[in-house]
Write a protein that binds this ligand. Structure first.
Ligand SMILES: [Zn+2]
Ligand SMILES: [Zn+2]
Length: 141
């Protein structure tokens, strides 16, 4: 049986909207300094889906935030929407905060980049942590 669960979300101003179908491949918190700078939040939580499971009603603008990844955002309101690893283009990470009903998503399973975590940001302290990305570029082949 296929999972037809549907998710909807978008940016603050509503210019960018997406639909995703099925169960997220994973949900995780990222504590890296780049996610902090990109979002302005103390950590950024992503729900990852196969790119084929996500439909953009209007595509986000994107910028190359590092040599390994693109970040999708809204040009009008600046909302942070997505992240795609160059080495893993089959998956798109959607920011959990951009979902219309984020409380329906499965809870985050782990922390990435705990090496850059803000010490006082105690988010789900019982979850396992990884000092860097759980999926490093060398593991993405
Ligand atoms: Zn917007
Ligand atoms: Zn990050």
């Amino acid at each position: 049986m296929t999972d037809e669960t549907e998710w909807r979300g978008g940016c603050l101003c509503g210019h960018i909207r997406f639909r995703a179908t099925g169960t997220p491949v994973r949900v995780a918190h990222c504590h890296c300094s780049m996610c902090r700078k990109a979002s302005g939040a103390v950590a950024l939580t992503f729900a990852t889906f196969p790119v084929t499971a996500v439909v953009w009603e209007s595509p986000p603008a994107r910028h190359e935030s590092s040599k390994v990844a693109w970040r999708g955002f809204c040009r009008r309101c600046g909302g942070t929407l997505s992240y795609i690893f160059r080495h893993r283009p089959t998956e798109v990470m959607l920011t959990v905060g951009s979902f219309d009903e984020p409380e329906r998503l499965p809870p985050a399973q782990y922390h990435s980049w705990t090496s850059e975590r803000i010490g006082w940001a105690h988010l789900d302290p019982e979850l396992p942590g990884h000092e860097r990305w759980r999926y490093t570029p060398s593991a993405l082949t």
